[in-house]
Ligand binder design. Structure first.
Ligand SMILES: NC(=O)c1ccc[n+]([C@@H]2O[C@H](COP(=O)([O-])OP(=O)(O)OC[C@H]3O[C@@H](n4cnc5c(N)ncnc54)[C@H](OP(=O)(O)O)[C@@H]3O)[C@@H](O)[C@H]2O)c1
Length: 259
């Protein structure tokens, strides 16, 4: 057996179909690219059409199979519609990545119901609804991979965690519930936990060089995260090699959480 064949058996996503929410930017963008380059046909879901089209064009130029669906995942109706549109492209997914997320940071005493509701809708309910839509089919077919992107704020407060931290804590619990339900049928559900990653999501914090340096110093690796740091972990969790890993929260944070 050549090393190439061996590595393919462990990690190849050839023939798989993936749906990646938030796949037009940041961590989701890097993950969508990684899954596509590892062989999966990928449908990315987000709101802004121009960014979606640019991400898909880049993948197509690299010889990948990719498509996009524009949807605002903050309402249940739109999530359901997006799921149906997504399966029209390449069929039912084997892999679901929930990376779409918002982080609104009002001070706690100003955290109103509107911020609470939209945070829960995008960060928690959309992953729940997509899991309910795709998980049972994965279980029936005997293979599935669900990957959620949570946050260090699922584990500790960090700069006005507010509703965001709550949504991410619950998201990790959702992964465990899904793992409990569907792992007997070949479906794993896991969470990747970023620390501080330089993406458009935290443009305000990352535009301050002192903050960026201070946060980098809190890691063991001595730098903040990049979206590309999630590529390998996502391919691993999406593929055959990780079949016995389920219900886990895996920190991709340069050691921030243990420093
Ligand atoms: N960056 C960090 O330091 C960090 C740390 C911990 C956790 N995370 C988590 O990692 C995930 C990805 O974040 P990121 O840093 O990569 O952020 P990002 O670059 O801002 O990307 C967010 C993605 O979600 C999509 N999105 C946002 N709201 C949406 C909505 N209502 N409906 C559909 N799509 C929506 C965005 O596209 P549109 O705007 O076009 O909709 C975009 O594709 C999030 O869940 C975030 O909470 C990030």
């Amino acid at each position: 057996m050549t090393s190439h064949t061996y590595l393919s058996e462990l990690f190849s996503l050839d023939g798989r179909v993936a749906v990646v929410t938030g796949g037009s930017s940041g961590i989701g963008g890097a993950i969508a690219g990684a899954l596509a380059r590892a062989g999966a046909s990928v449908v990315i879901v987000a709101r802004k059409e121009r960014e979606l089209a640019a991400a898909v064009d880049e993948l197509a130029a690299d010889g990948c199979r990719a498509a996009w669906v524009s949807a605002d995942l903050s309402t249940r109706e739109a999530v359901r519609a997006a799921a149906e549109q997504a399966v029209e492209v390449f069929g039912e997914p084997d892999i679901l990545v929930n990376s779409a997320g918002i982080n609104l940071r009002p001070p706690m005493e100003e955290l109103d119901e509107e911020v609470w509701d939209v945070t829960m809708a995008v960060n928690l309910e959309a992953p729940y609804l997509l899991g309910q839509r795709f998980g049972p089919g994965m279980a029936q077919r005997g293979f599935g991979r669900i990957i959620h992107i949570s946050s260090q704020q699922a584990h500790r407060a960090f700069v006005r965690s507010g509703a965001y931290g709550v949504s991410k804590g619950a998201l990790e619990s959702l992964a465990r519930s899904q793992a409990e339900a569907w792992s007997p049928h070949g479906v794993t559900s896991n969470t990747l936990v970023p620390g501080f990653v330089l993406t458009p999501l935290n443009a305000r914090l990352s535009s301050d060089p002192e903050t960026v340096a201070a946060l980098a110093a809190r890691t063991m690796a001595g730098r903040n995260g990049l979206a590309e740091d999630f590529a390998g972990a996502a391919v691993f969790l999406a593929g055959p090699a990780s079949g016995y890993i389920t219900g886990q929260s895996i920190f991709v944070d340069g050691g921030l959480s243990v420093h």
